[in-house]
Structures are given as C-alpha cells and as structure tokens.
Design a protein around this ligand. Sequence first.
Ligand SMILES: [Zn+2]
Length: 370
Amino acid sequence: MGPARTAVMFSADSKETYTLYYPENLLGFCRYDFTKFKNRCLELCEQCEDAGRYYPDKAKSIADGISGCHCFYAHNRDIFGDIALDFMIFCLCGNSNISYEEMRRELVHFENDFEKVMYARLSEYRFGKGINGWELLSLAQEYARKKLGFICSGFASAEESDARRNYFDSVFAAAASDSEHYPDEFASVRFSRMGRLGIKDGEGDPRKRPDPKFDAAAMDIFRKIADDKRLENAPKKGMKAVYPKAMYCPESLFAAIDLELDLLADSGMLLRRCTGCGKFYLYGGGEERCKHCGIKPGAANDPVIKKLARTFAKVQRQVGKNVTEQEFLKWREVYDNMLAGAEQGIANPHELAAFSFMSDRLCDKGGNSH
Ligand SMILES: [Zn+2]
C-alpha cells in the first residue's frame, strides 16, 4: 500500500473537521447502492399515507442509514436532513406526473399532518429555502460516475487524463454560461490555512485598497497571544496530524466531487478503469497491472484473457455472498496460473473450459436456496 491519501475537511454545517480518504470516498460513492434506502422510504410513505401523519424519527433513521455513501453527505446534514421526505415527494410527483409546484398547489388545503409536512417542504423549494436532497444526491452520483468514467476511459498518461478532465470541465462551463451561470457561483471549495496571514486563495478584488481595520484586528489578536502559554507548552511531537496545513470546506456536493478529483491529480496518482474486470484502480502510469484481476492494460483485447476477466469479475462479485474469502484466495491461485498461461499464449483449451465450469459452480452454489 502506498501512503494514505487524505485531506482535512471542514463542515460549515457541523463546525467540525473530518477526513476525506481519496479516491476511496469517490469510488464508494459511485458504486453506492440506494435500493435499500428507496425501499425503506416507500414503506414509510405508505405508513404516512395510511395514518395521515408523518414520522420524523423514522425518516431520520432512514437518512442516517446512507451516511456511508459520501463523507460530504455525512457531515452536511442541513442539506440532506429531509432526504427521506424528499424522496417520497419525488416519487409521488413522478407517479402522478406533476411538478413540485403543482403538488404544492394541490396541497394548499392540506387535510392531515402528512400533507401539511409535504406542503411545508414543497414551499421551501418554491421560495428557495431548500432543494430536493434526493434529486441532488442521485444526480451528483450520476455526475461522479460520468466524470470518472470519462476521465479514466482509454487513457495512458497523466497528461491525457488531465486533458480529458479539462475537456469535461469546459463542456460543463459552456453549458453553464448557456444558462447564464458561472461555475464559480455554485461549485466552490473554501480553502483555509487556519489563521495563516499570508496568501488568501481565490477571493476578493485585487484592485481594492486594503482596509486598515484588518491590521488593527491582527495587532489586537497578536497582543492577546503574545504571551500565550499554549505556544510555550506546545507538544514537541505529534503536531503534524493534529494541526494540518490546510482545510477544505466544499460548499456543495458537486464541489466536493471535483475537489477529490483535483486532490487525486495533484497526488500524481491516476485512476484507471480496467478493460478486463471493469473496476477502477490506482496506478502510477505505464504497464501496471490491474490491482484487482491482475490483467495488463490493453491485454483484455485477447479473447481468452477477456473471458478470464469476465470470470474474475463474476467470482469477485460473489465474495462475501456465495463465495468465502478463503475459497476466493484458493480460486485466485488457479486463476493466476490460467492468466499467466494465457499471457504466454500457451493456455490449454480443456483446462480453460474446466476452470470456467468450476468457477460457475463456485458462484452458483447456494443460489437455489433463495
Ligand atoms: Zn481488472
């Protein structure tokens, strides 16, 4: 394993710092499955409709259930606090094929507590006090998948990956300006060096004359800490982890996604999508093999290797389900031998067929019991 790729984040919502692990956070978000969340929301929606009342505690528990989808979600609950309700509204409108505003007007004369709660939420959308958190989350996931897939498809070098990222951003910027927006308006990350009085990043008009009140404030603050015991008694060791150089505070989920891609690019590592098993893996460039299936970039054009890669993906999906970790490790040894043979062009067709049969059996066992 290489060095841990982490960044310190700050949440304007909870006023707390938290750690971003990249690109693991982004990859986890891309493959996050919201099926259980949706089913729980639909169940709750039925209960609310039957009882004519809303259950905020149950809604909160459903929202908590997907805290692991993205660290920004977990630490910015003001945006996503009503996500279960938002999902219900999203579905009810979709089922009746009406807009949020049409639904709001229908609910003006609400007849029960549930309708009242929905009306209040729809009014927040209407008057710019909130947006549908479910739509935001699901669209952001699509954005992350699309962008990552675009950047990582078929590239070989850091330059090309970087160029693809810039190309994607320029398409986004052009679409933004078509709708009379600038990406800076909504996709920004505040960056803080925690009290450092040096360079301020990205904000303010450089032509503006500095305000003397800032110097006055700096003098006052320094007078307060000039004899501060905290400086004398500072720990001699272990400061690095506790007092980071920089903190990032994304102002939106979209900005958090872009930040993670920036950090990854700055780290010199690249994400590559394996042409064999389809999974993303980190690599430093060149002919490095996929960290999952072990296939070399481009090798999956070979039909035998392609079939092995598909078998690999199938078996790996079953790990923790029909296939135990131990079984997988044992299977992996055989797989590695098969792959080595295929790469040298000496794979035996009978052995390959037997391997394929054995792999299918491994995946399907227990499949009949449910
Ligand atoms: Zn792979």
